[in-house]
Design a protein around this ligand. Structure first.
Ligand code: TYM
Length: 415
C-alpha cells in the first residue's frame, strides 16, 4: 500500500509529503528534518540559523576530538596548531584509526577540495592551511579536487561551465599560494581529470540509489540528474590510494563522507576518515555562513585595503552601545565577530588572544580598538597571501600536471 502512495507522491512532486498524509510521516529530507528539530540547517549548499555544534555532531553521528586524541596528534606531529587546541577543527570520523595506521607505518593520505563558484573568502582557505599543516607534519600526499562540474550543476548559482572553469583556475591560484609540497600534491579539476576517474565513479555510482541521495541532500523531482550523479565524483578521490584517506573540511561536507563510508569497503577500499571544522562566522553576525549573495558578510582573498577596513568596521560586535556602558559592563567575545576571527585564525598566540579576551570582557578594550587589531592582521595576511598567489602562477602547472605526484596521477586510471 505504502508503495502505491509513494509512487503517487513521486508522480506529483517527488517528495514523501503525500505519504505523510497517509500516516507514514517521514520527513522529506535530512535538511528539513534538521530545521524542524533544531532551528538550524547545515548541508553542503547552505547553512542557516545559529549552528549548535554539539547537536550537529549528534545529528551527523561524528565524534568530538577529545583531549586524549589531541595528545595522540601532538605526539605524532610533534606539536599542535591553535586550529586544534582551540577546537576550530572539533569533530572527526576515524581520526584514531588514521593515527593507528600512522603509528603502524601504514601511512595515510589527505584529500580536500573547493567548489569554484566565485572568488574564495577567508573561511574557504582555512581548511587548506590546516591541510598544509598536516602535510608538513606527516609528509603525506594531498589531493585537491576543484569541482567545476558541481558548481555548474548547481543551477541556483546561474553559472556557465566556462565560468566555473575560469573560477577553478582562479581558486587554484589561491590554493597553490598556501604552499603545499609540489611533489606530493595534486590539484585537479573534475572536467579535466574525469577520464581518469570515470571507471571508479561508475562503480561508486552504481552503489548509490536515488532515494538515498535524495534523503541525504534533499533533492527533489526537479533536481537535474547531474546532481544525483555528482556525489559519486566527490567520493572518488577518497579512493585514490589503498590507504586510509583523511579529509579536512568544514562540517558541511560530511554528508558525502557518510555515503563514502557506507560503500567504500564493498569496493575494496578504506572508509574515509574526516576532520571537521566549524564555520568562520560571517561579519554580519553569528548566524548562517558567509555568502556570495551577501558580499558584506565575507572578506575575499583579493580584497583591497579600503574595502577590508570598511567591512570590518561595520562587522557585528559584542560591545555595548555606548562608551560608558562598555567600560562598565565590558564586551561579549562569544558573539563578537572581530574577536571570533582573531580566535579562529588571525591570532594564533594563546597568550595574546587571552589578553585580548580579558581586556574586551572587562571593558578595557573597546570595540573599535578590537576591530583595528583584526583589521591590521587581516591586511597583513592578505598582502602576504596575494604576493604568494602571484608567485604561485608559475607553480600551478607543477601541482596540476608536472609535479611528481601529478605526473603519476595522470598516468593512472582509477578502477
Ligand atoms: P566549498 O567550495 O563550499 O568550500 C571549500 C572548503 O571550505 C569549507 N568552508 C568553510 N570553512 C570554514 N568557514 C567557512 N565559513 C566555510 N565555508 C566553507 C568547506 O567545508 C570546504 O572544506 N563540494 C565542495 C568541494 C569539495 C570538497 C572535497 C571539499 C570537493 N571535494 C573534499 C572538502 C573536501 C565545495 O563546494 O566546497
Amino acid at each position: 500500500m505504502e508503495s502505491v502512495f509513494r509512487y503517487l507522491s513521486e508522480l506529483l512532486d517527488g517528495g514523501l509529503v503525500w505519504v505523510g498524509i497517509f500516516g507514514v510521516n517521514k520527513p522529506r529530507d535530512e535538511a528539513e528534518a534538521m530545521k524542524n528539530d533544531e532551528e538550524f540547517i547545515v548541508t553542503p549548499w547552505k547553512v542557516e540559523g545559529k549552528v549548535d555544534y554539539d547537536k550537529l555532531i549528534e545529528k551527523f553521528g561524528t565524534s568530538l576530538i577529545d583531549d586524549e586524541l589531541l595528545e595522540r596528534i601532538r605526539k605524532a606531529a610533534g606539536e599542535l596548531t591553535h586550529l586544534l587546541t582551540r577546537r576550530i577543527f572539533f569533530s572527526h570520523r576515524d581520526l584514531d584509526k588514521v593515527l593507528d595506521d600512522w603509528e603502524a607505518g601504514k601511512g595515510f593520505f589527505l584529500y580536500t577540495g573547493r567548489g569554484p563558484s566565485g572568488p574564495m573568502h577567508i573561511g574557504h582557505i582555512i581548511p587548506f592551511y590546516f591541510t598544509k599543516w598536516l602535510q608538513d607534519k606527516f609528509g603525506v600526499n594531498v589531493y585537491i579536487q576543484l569541482t567545476d562540474d558541481e558548481k555548474f550543476l548547481e543551477e541556483e548559482k546561474g553559472l556557465t561551465l566556462e565560468e566555473t572553469r575560469k573560477w577553478a583556475y582562479e581558486n587554484a591560484l589561491d590554493i597553490a599560494a598556501v604552499g603545499f609540497d609540489p611533489d606530493k600534491t595534486f590539484i585537479f579539476q573534475d572536467t579535466e581529470y574525469i577520464r581518469n576517474m570515470y571507471p571508479l565513479a561508475l562503480k561508486v555510482a552504481r552503489k548509490i540509489n536515488f532515494s538515498w541521495v535524495r534523503a541525504v541532500f534533499g533533492f527533489n523531482m526537479q533536481t537535474n540528474i547531474g546532481m544525483s550523479f555528482y556525489p559519486a565524483i566527490q567520493v572518488v578521490p577518497s579512493l585514490f590510494e589503498k590507504k586510509r584517506c583523511l579529509i579536512p573540511c568544514a562540517i558541511d561536507q560530511d554528508p558525502y563522507w557518510r555515503i563514502q563510508r557506507d560503500i567504500a569497503e564493498s569496493l575494496g577500499f578504506y572508509k574515509a576518515a574526516a576532520i571537521h571544522s566549524k564555520f568562520l562566522p560571517p561579519l554580519t553576525g553569528p548566524v548562517g555562513k558567509m555568502s556570495a549573495s551577501q558580499p558584506e558578510s565575507a572578506i575575499y582573498l583579493h580584497e583591497d585595503e579600503k574595502s577590508v577596513r570598511k567591512k570590518i568596521w561595520k562587522a557585528y560586535s559584542g560591545g555595548q552601545p555606548t562608551l560608558e556602558l562598555h567600560r562598565k559592563l565590558g564586551g561579549n567575545p562569544e558573539i563578537d565577530v572581530a574577536f571570533q576571527w582573531l580566535y579562529y585564525f588571525f591570532e594564533p598566540d594563546d597568550v595574546k588572544i587571552k589578553k585580548i579576551e580579558e581586556d574586551y570582557r572587562s571593558g578595557k578594550l573597546l570595540t573599535g580598538e578590537l576591530k583595528l587589531i583584526l583589521t591590521e592582521k587581516v591586511l597583513k595576511f592578505l598582502e602576504e597571501h596575494q604576493a604568494r598567489r602571484e608567485k604561485a602562477k608559475e607553480m600551478l602547472h607543477v601541482y596540476k600536471y608536472d609535479g611528481k605526484l601529478a605526473q603519476a596521477m595522470w598516468e593512472k586510471i582509477h578502477e
